[in-house]
Design a protein around this ligand. Structure first.
Ligand code: ZN
Length: 291
């Protein structure tokens, strides 16, 4: 008989300037060039200290030195094989997932363009001996699902199912206000469970984004964020579900020290539950969808 146990997962969207290529400006370029590497190194050290494997949703163009964008500002903002090497060389066995080749808009492009992008991603990952069956859609635009089988993707990240996301469906601005309110108020966060669709694809929704701490998000506190995450993890344990946290390294650009402290406190809490045998830490392609 299959023993069911709660799980905890982290997915990180590793994209540097590719995440914002269509709205690129000197500040974004400078941040990607100067901040990203140190943040990823700190994350890798924390994951080693807390024995935590995570899923890195990687833009494959970071492995392509010939893409024309490398001439736009500093090459280091677009080309980062060194970062991927560090992830692969970590003592912890992390998973590289695909975040597409070039972070294109999946809503606005047709199947031919998307196919070409998937082919390029496959090519650059293969050169680096990376084989992955997990796709994390750029901008979380879940489109062209019928192409996933062809490119051997079996798992994809779904959306956050929280109350504030429902609001964004009707009004983007109110959705943003609701998202920040959710992080300021002590409201518990959902645990999630993966769903297997008829196509055979497994969708893994997210529980919470570890949001940035700049601008109007300043009222968000570590205490409140930690409270929310703890409640979500406790819910996962109670229901034999998963707590799935996601973020970008750029979510650590502001108030970095506080954000790293928060991440450590979260992992400390997860480990206290793991030591009691109540929860496992899983990569996205290890999550069980059997209920
Ligand atoms: Zn992205």
């Amino acid at each position: 008989m299959k023993i069911k146990k709660a799980s905890f997962s982290i997915s990180i969207d590793l994209e540097l300037a590719w995440g914002v290529w269509d709205i690129i400006n000197p500040t974004l370029l400078k941040n990607a060039t100067n901040l990203e590497r140190e943040i990823v190194n700190n994350l890798l050290n924390i994951f080693e200290d807390y024995l935590t494997p995570v899923t890195w949703a990687t833009v494959a163009a970071l492995l392509d030195s010939n893409n024309k964008m490398v001439n736009f500002g500093d090459k280091k903002a677009w080309y980062a094989p060194d970062i991927i090497e560090n992830i692969l060389n970590s003592k912890i066995k992390h998973l590289i997932a695909s975040h597409s080749y070039s972070h294109i808009n999946f809503k606005e492009n047709n199947k031919n363009v998307i196919c070409e992008d998937f082919e390029k991603a496959e090519y650059y990952f293969k050169i680096h001996n990376i084989k992955t069956d997990v796709l994390i859609f750029p901008r979380n635009q879940i489109e062209h699902l019928d192409l996933l089988n062809k490119f051997n993707y079996k798992f994809y990240r779904g959306l956050d199912k929280s109350w504030y996301k429902e609001i964004s469906k009707y009004n983007k601005f109110l959705g943003k206000v609701a998202n920040i309110s959710d992080k300021i108020l002590p409201i518990a966060t959902n645990s999630i469970k993966p769903t297997m669709h008829q196509s055979g694809l497994v969708e893994i929704p997210t529980s919470m984004l570890l949001i940035s701490r700049n601008g109007f998000k300043i009222p968000v506190t570590n205490n409140n964020m930690l409270f929310k995450v703890k409640k979500g993890i406790e819910a996962a344990i109670k229901k034999n579900e998963c707590f799935h946290l996601w973020f970008h390294p750029s979510n650590f650009y502001f108030k970095s020290k506080k954000q790293f402290e928060l991440l450590k406190d979260i992992l400390k809490f997860v480990n206290s539950k793991r030591e009691k045998g109540l929860i496992d830490i899983k990569l996205l392609n290890e999550l069980s969808f059997v209920n």
